[in-house]
Design a protein around this ligand. Sequence first.
Ligand SMILES: *Cc1c(COP(=O)(O)O)cnc(C)c1O
Length: 376
Amino acid sequence: MDIQVKRSRAEIDLLNLKHNYGIVVSALANGQKPMAIVKADAYGHGDVAVARTLQSAGCDMFGVATFGEAARLREAGISGEILILGYSPANLAKQLVELDISQALLNADYASVLADKGYPVKCHFAVDTGMTRIGLDGTDTDACERVIRSFKDEGVLRVEGLFTHLSSADMEDDASGEYTRGQLTRFETLAKRLADLKLPYVHCLNSAGTFRYNAGLGNVVRAGIVLYGIEPDDSDCARDGLKPVMSWKSVISEICHVGKGVAVSYGRTFITPKPMTLAVIPTGYADGYNRLLSNRGYVLIRGHRAPVVGRICMDQMMVDITDIPDARAEDEVTLIGKDGALSITASDMARLTGTIGYEIVCDVSSRVPRVYIGEK
Ligand SMILES: *Cc1c(COP(=O)(O)O)cnc(C)c1O
């Protein structure tokens, strides 16, 4: 194994990705199709490999956050629709057309600036129905309708889609349910008023929305996190059967036996309460292993849990292997994934640091090579 790969690597299981894609497809209503959200390097999984795999599984719509992400996919041979869901500088208009990339319209002013460039950019109008982020003000249906029709009639931009984004579809409480239904109702009202435009793409559901609120509204769903086998939240809204796509592996670089009362790592936040055996792991916060896991996280070695002791360093960390006496230098270490009967998921790690699984996988840095398994 390549030295750099052995040090710390993210294994990306493309069979599990395809499996999760199948679960999304099975949650679709009649006439709907999925747009795979592959922004942020496919949530840290590697956008080109992920998009190619999904393309071979039949997916022909992809969503990204930036022009650079879209261009990379196009250049890698992704042939379907590619939609940039957020801001792109308007002076990219020509390149958007040349690469056949669609752009979200963030508001009326942005649409004007883009149209003024004079290129027939394919666009989807964003409508803000309650996220309070991008989009036309969805509480004013008349104004939304007027703006969208005016750009459609003007004929410079090719307005092909209408979409909104749900803020709380993953939350289980009643107020969130009511809020989400309010967003969907607002979107449906506008979509119906614009039905005569026959926009090819109408979409409002993210992963949580697809599994919890799919009453057939829209003909596209935007699925991100569930493709990677991670729940949108702590509940089981995606039903059973999602399989984690990323496993993160490292290695024991050294074992040290230390006495009682020994200070471990920066700031001496851990003092050994008894003689202990520690393993040094060559992965640290510069690899994306969150420093908040200091004295809190754990890894898996030989099917056992080994708690992190002391502060996570930039490139290394120490774990307690006192209770894993057969552990040896060069043993594989699981940071995320399965080892024997035990597992650590991105969501488990997220709970320890007060964040969400999304951020855990996005944070695995570019220093960690992605190794693809399950390719055909
Ligand atoms: C990131 C994103 C998604 C995907 O959300 P998931 O919760 O990962 O499914 C969908 N739509 C928009 C506009 C997004 O920005």
